[in-house]
Write a protein that binds this ligand. Structure first.
Ligand SMILES: [Zn+2]
Ligand SMILES: [Zn+2]
Length: 270
C-alpha cells in the first residue's frame, strides 16, 4: 500500500545493540512500503555509555543515517534521530551529545529505572509493588520531560508490556492517576510530544503504548503533539501499526500528527 501520510518516528538500525539491519537497507524497505519518512532513532543508554561503547555506535549511526538521507533524497524523508535512555544518570553527557550531532529528532526513554539495575523487560513484577513502581517510573519520565533535552517521550507505559502482557496483573491506572497526570502535564507544558508506540501490538499485551484511554486523556488535558513509531528492530516491522495508531489518535480527537526536522515540530493532517 502506498500511503504518503505515514511516517515511522521510532526505528532501530544495527547501530543499536538489539537492531538487525543497516540504515540503507531500512530505507529501501520504508520506500517499498510507501512510507513518507522514517526516523532512525538508535539507542544511547546514558547509564551504560562507556560499558556498551555508545560513543562509537552513536557516531556510526549518525553518519550512516546522513548517508542514507542523501541517497534517498526525493524518495523518502530520512530523519536522523536518537533514543536517549536514562537522561538523569548524566545530564551533561546528554547535552554534549546533542551539541555534537545535529539531530532531527530525539526520543526520551527510561529502560532501566533509576535505583534499579535491571531493564524493564527483565524485572520480576510479581516481586514488587507495581503501583509504587509505576509512580516512580512516571516521576522519572516527568523529570526527563522537564530537562527539555528531548522532543518526545517514548513508550511511557512500556513496563505494561510485562506487567499486563507477561505477568497478567490487572493494572488499575486509577491508582497512579496523579503521577500519570503530572507526566502528561509536563509533556504539554514543556512543548514535547507524546509518542504512541505500536510495538505492544506485536507483543503479548496487544495494546499500543500508551493505550487509547491515556491518549484521549492527554488530549483532554490540552496535549497537542503526537508522534507515532513502530520501535522496529528489523526491517520487517518498519511501519507496523502506524496506520492503526493514526486511526486511534484521530478517535481521541487529534487531527494532526507530528514529525521533527532539525528538532522543529512539523504537523501534518491525519
Ligand atoms: Zn525504548
Ligand atoms: Zn526504541
Amino acid at each position: 500500500m502506498y500511503n504518503k501520510r505515514l511516517i515511522d518516528m521510532h526505528t532501530h538500525s544495527d547501530n543499536s545493540p538489539d537492531g538487525v539491519h543497516s540504515p540503507m537497507y531500512m530505507c529501501e524497505h520504508a520506500v517499498a512500503r510507501g512510507l513518507r519518512g522514517i526516523a532512525i532513532t538508535d539507542h544511547c543508554e546514558i547509564d551504560k555509555f562507556i560499558e556498551h561503547k555508545y560513543a562509537s555506535t552513536v557516531f556510526h549511526s549518525f553518519f550512516e543515517c546522513a548517508k542514507a538521507r542523501n541517497a534517498f533524497e526525493g524518495q523518502l524523508l530520512v530523519l536522523i534521530g536518537l533514543e536517549i535512555g536514562q537522561h538523569l544518570s548524566n545530564v551533561d553527557l546528554c547535552k554534549k551529545l546533542l551539541d555534537k550531532y545535529p539531530y532531527d529528532f530525539v526520543l526520551g526513554s527510561v529502560h532501566t529505572p533509576r535505583g534499579m539495575t535491571q531493564d524493564i523487560k527483565e524485572i520480576e513484577y510479581d516481586k514488587l509493588d507495581v503501583y509504587e513502581f509505576m509512580n516512580n517510573y512516571f516521576d522519572e519520565l516527568t523529570e526527563v520531560a522537564n530537562l527539555d533535552l528531548c522532543d518526545a517521550l517514548a513508550h511511557i507505559t512500556c513496563p505494561m508490556r510485562r506487567i499486563q502482557g507477561k505477568y497478567h496483573i490487572d493494572f488499575d491506572y486509577g491508582r497512579v492517576q496523579e503521577s500519570l497526570d503530572r507526566l502528561l502535564l509536563a509533556i504539554i507544558k514543556s512543548g514535547k510530544a507524546l509518542e504512541v508506540n505500536t510495538s505492544g501490538l506485536r507483543q503479548d499485551i496487544g495494546l499500543m503504548m500508551p493505550e487509547e484511554k491515556i491518549v484521549r486523556h492527554y488530549r483532554e488535558l490540552g496535549g497537542k503533539y503526537i508522534t507515532i513509531g513502530s520501535d522496529s528492530h528489523t526491517v520487517h516491522d518498519i511501519g507496523a501499526g502506524i496506520e492503526e495508531a493514526m486511526k486511534m489518535v484521530k478517535r481521541c480527537g487529534f487531527d494532526k500528527i507530528t514529525f521533527y526536522v532539525s528538532r522543529q515540530a512539523i504537523q501534518i493532517d491525519i
